[in-house]
Write a protein that binds this ligand. Structure first.
Ligand SMILES: O=C(O)C(=O)C[C@]1(C(=O)O)C=C[C@@H](O)C=C1
Length: 376
C-alpha cells in the first residue's frame, strides 16, 4: 500500500495540471469573448453547453463520476461566461441599467394611494412612511392601486408584500411583473389584530368571522379554538370591520386593528389574536418611475427560468461569484406553463455598485423576462 504522503504528491501533481489547463481554457474564453465582441454573438449558448456536457459525461467511467463531471463543467462554463461578461462590460457592450439615481424620494406635494378603507394597515404604513398630513385616497383592490400609479393618478402606492408569520402576499408579486411600476421604499409595521363585533355583541354570539386571508392566517391558532365559526375572506381587514358595522348583526365579527374598531364604532371582543407576538408586515412603496436613492441598499429582481436541471443554480451563482448577499427568494407559477416559475429575489446592494451591475447583467443575459423591481 502507498503511504499517504506519496498519494498526496500525486494528487498535488494532478491539481497543478488542472490549474494550468483551467488557465489555458480561460485564455481561450478570452479569445471567444473577442470573437463575440466583433460579431455581436451572445455569450450564453445553451445548446453548446448542453451538447458539451453530454459529450463529457459520456467519457466518464461510472455514474458517480458522470455526475461529478457534469457539476464540474457546469461550474467551469459558468466561470467562463462570467469572465466573458467582464470583458464585454469593459467595452460597454452589456448595456446600462436603466434606473436613475436620485438624492431622495420626493415626499412633498405627493399623492398616495392605498388599498382598502380608512383604518387599513396599509393606511397606517402610509402614515408611518409619508406622515399623517399626506394627500391620499384609497381604492378597492391592489390592481386598482397599481393602475392608479401607472396612470399618474397617484405618485406612490403603499402595498403589503410580506407578513412575518403568514408569508408573502402573492398577488403583489404577480402585479409587480404585470405593471411597469417600481419599488422605491419599504415600511415595516407591527400588526396587532383584534376581534371586533357590534356594540353589545359578545363572544358567544359570534357565528361568522370576516377578514383578509392574511388576517385569518395570522390568527389561525385562535380561530382553531372556534371551529364552529364560519371564516369569510374579504379584500381588507378594515373593509371587514366596515361590513360588520354596516350589517349591524351581532353574530358577525371582523379581525382587524383596534384603530378600525375606533373608526367604525365596533367593540373589541378579544385583543392579541395573532399567534406571533412579533407579527409584522412589510409594505412596499411603489411608483411608476425607474429611480433609486443613491444610498439604497436592497434590490428586488425577478426572472423566469426554463424547466431544466441546474438553471436556478446557475442564476444564483451570479450572486455568489460577485459576493452579493441574498435575503429572500420566492417563486410564483407561470400562467399557462405548468411547473414553470417566475423567481423573485431580494439581495443587498446598490445599482451603482460594479458587483451588482456584473451580477444583474449576467442574469439578464441568461434568464428570460428579467426585470429589476427596484432598489430601495
Ligand atoms: O463556446 C462558446 O461560445 C463559449 O462562450 C465558451 C463556453 C465554454 O466555456 O465552454 C462558455 C459559454 C457558452 O455558453 C458556451 C461555452
Amino acid at each position: 500500500m502507498k503511504d499517504l504522503g506519496t498519494i498526496r504528491e500525486e494528487i498535488d501533481n494532478i491539481d497543478g495540471q488542472i490549474v494550468r489547463l483551467f488557465e489555458k481554457r480561460m485564455e481561450l474564453a478570452h479569445e471567444v469573448a473577442e470573437f463575440k465582441i466583433r460579431t455581436g454573438k451572445k455569450v450564453f449558448d445553451r445548446e453548446r453547453e448542453k451538447s458539451k456536457l453530454e459529450a463529457l459525461k459520456a467519457l466518464a467511467g461510472n455514474d458517480f463520476n458522470r455526475h461529478g463531471i457534469e457539476e464540474l463543467f457546469q461550474q467551469i462554463m459558468s466561470m467562463s461566461r462570467k469572465f466573458q461578461y467582464q470583458l464585454l462590460a469593459k467595452e460597454n457592450l452589456l448595456g446600462e441599467i436603466p434606473f436613475k439615481p436620485v438624492d431622495d424620494i420626493r415626499m412633498e406635494n405627493v399623492k398616495v394611494v392605498f388599498q382598502g378603507v380608512e383604518g387599513a394597515y396599509s393606511q397606517m404604513a402610509m402614515f408611518e412612511y409619508f406622515g399623517r398630513d399626506v394627500d391620499n385616497f384609497h381604492v378597492d383592490t391592489f390592481r386598482d392601486a397599481m393602475a392608479a400609479i401607472r396612470e399618474g393618478k397617484a405618485d406612490y402606492a403603499v402595498l403589503p408584500i410580506e407578513n412575518s408569520s403568514a408569508g408573502s402576499v402573492t398577488d403583489i408579486y404577480d402585479l409587480l411583473t404585470e405593471f411597469d411600476n417600481y419599488i422605491v421604499g419599504e415600511q415595516i409595521i407591527k400588526i396587532e389584530h383584534a376581534l371586533l363585533g357590534i356594540e353589545g355583541a359578545s363572544l358567544e354570539d359570534i357565528r361568522t368571522v370576516y377578514s383578509h386571508p392574511q388576517g385569518l392566517m395570522q390568527c389561525a391558532k385562535y380561530l382553531d379554538e372556534h371551529r364552529e365559526w364560519k371564516q369569510i375572506s374579504l379584500q381588507n381587514t378594515a373593509m371587514s370591520a366596515k361590513k360588520v358595522f354596516d350589517d349591524n348583526d351581532r353574530t358577525q365579527a371582523a379581525i382587524a386593528s383596534k384603530t378600525a374598531a375606533g373608526i367604525y364604532g365596533l367593540s373589541v371582543l378579544k385583543e392579541q389574536l395573532n399567534f406571533s407576538e412579533t407579527n409584522s408586515t412589510r409594505f412596499i412603496i411603489v411608483t411608476n418611475k425607474k429611480i433609486f436613492r443613491k444610498d439604497a441598499d436592497k434590490i428586488s429582481i425577478c426572472f423566469e427560468l426554463p424547466h431544466a436541471s441546474g438553471t436556478l443554480y446557475n442564476m444564483l451563482s451570479h450572486f455568489i461569484y460577485n459576493n452579493l448577499s441574498m435575503s429572500k427568494i420566492e417563486s410564483r407559477p407561470l400562467e399557462g406553463k405548468n411547473w414553470e416559475y417566475s423567481f423573485f429575489i431580494d439581495f443587498e446592494g446598490n445599482l451603482n455598485d460594479s458587483a451588482v451591475k456584473n451580477a444583474l447583467l449576467g442574469i439578464k443575459e441568461e434568464a428570460s423576462d428579467f426585470k429589476i423591481l427596484g432598489n430601495y
